[in-house]
Each structure stands twice: as structure tokens, then as C-alpha cells.
Design a protein around this ligand. Structure first.
Ligand code: GNR
Ligand code: NI
Length: 168
């Protein structure tokens, strides 16, 4: 296993649209293992392959208290089950240190492929639904800051660029 480095806003590679996985083979399983290790180390509750500069449609999530319930979503497709929106203070490992309230559909259905290459479908709500939508945005090259006003986004961008300059 390996801890991978996480891209940070405004890195243009975070804007890449990820391609579907064509086969869940040893390489993809190794990627999910490395992503889980990277997510637990960060620590975070989710990670999209885009964030580790792999532009394939792979997501890992673990919202459990004891960090012992990893969930893997390959080529996920979601639909809102109704029009109810919920608000949540979202953060992102690619936008470290910033949290903003984002509205998203509260109840969704996901259809995806698991680590064994099997298709599954589930209805989700709560934090898992929020996190999965946040991660699928990453696969589309989208970040939670894109839902904010241009002024707020620019302020965050400036602060992160300064922090990155001071680091390297
Ligand atoms: O660790 C994370 N926490 C979080 C909190 C609220 C909404 C979404 C998230 S996902 C984030 C990890 C991350 O950046 N995933 O892309
Ligand atoms: Ni994120």
C-alpha cells in the first residue's frame, strides 16, 4: 500500500474529467487500497481518484466512527430520489482549511461497481449521500468552491496559493 499525494486547489489537474474504468483488475484494486490508505491518513471521509491525479472514475468513502467500513464506488451513477435539498458544511482535502455550507439533493440512488467487479444499487441519504455527491463532482472536475460566489472562491484561492508558496 502507499500514501499518495493529494492535489490542492487551484491545481488545474483537479479540473480533469475522469474516464470510466473498463475492467476491475489488480491495478484498480491496488488503486482503491492506496486511496483508502491515503484517505485514512489524511484523515478524510472520502477521496476521489482525481484528487490523487488518477483520472478514472473511482471513489472511496468511509463515514464510520471507527474507520472500519470502507465503501468503494467504481463508475458510479446517481439520481436524486426527490427534490428535497439538504445543507451541510462541506470541506475538502483539496481545499484544506475551508468549510462552506453547500446544498445538495438529500436522497439519491447510486448504481456502481464494487471492488469485486459486481454492479450494485443502493438508496442513500445523510452524510453518505452528501459525500458521494461531493466525490462525483471531483470526477467531473468540479470542487465545492464552484458553488460559492466568485469573490469567496477568489479569496480561498489567494489564501491557498500563498500557503503553497510558503510551503515549497
Ligand atoms: O473529508 C472530507 N469531509 C467532508 C465533509 C463534508 C462534506 C464532504 C466531505 S469529503 C472530504 C474529503 C474530500 O475532500 N473528498 O473529496
Ligand atoms: Ni473533496
Amino acid at each position: 500500500m502507499a500514501i499518495l499525494s493529494i492535489l490542492e486547489f487551484p491545481d488545474p489537474r483537479l479540473r480533469t474529467v475522469a474516464v470510466p474504468v473498463t475492467e476491475v483488475d489488480a491495478r484498480v484494486r491496488r488503486l482503491t487500497d492506496d486511496m483508502l490508505e491515503t484517505m485514512y491518513d489524511a484523515p478524510g471521509i472520502g477521496l476521489a481518484a482525481t484528487q490523487v491525479d488518477v483520472h478514472e472514475r473511482v471513489i472511496v468513502i468511509d463515514i464510520s466512527e471507527n474507520k472500519d467500513q470502507p465503501k468503494i464506488f467504481i463508475n458510479p451513477v446517481i439520481e436524486a430520489l426527490d427534490e428535497t435539498l439538504g445543507e451541510y458544511d462541506e470541506g475538502c482535502l483539496s481545499v484544506p482549511g475551508f468549510f462552506e455550507t453547500i446544498r445538495r439533493p438529500e436522497r439519491i440512488r447510486v448504481t456502481a461497481i464494487n471492488r469485486d467487479g459486481e454492479v450494485f444499487s443502493n438508496e442513500l441519504d445523510g452524510l453518505l449521500a452528501i459525500c458521494l455527491q461531493h466525490e462525483i463532482d471531483h470526477l467531473e472536475g468540479k470542487l465545492f468552491v464552484d458553488y460559492l460566489s466568485p469573490l469567496k472562491r477568489q479569496r480561498i484561492r489567494g489564501k491557498l496559493e500563498k500557503a503553497q508558496r510558503q510551503r515549497d
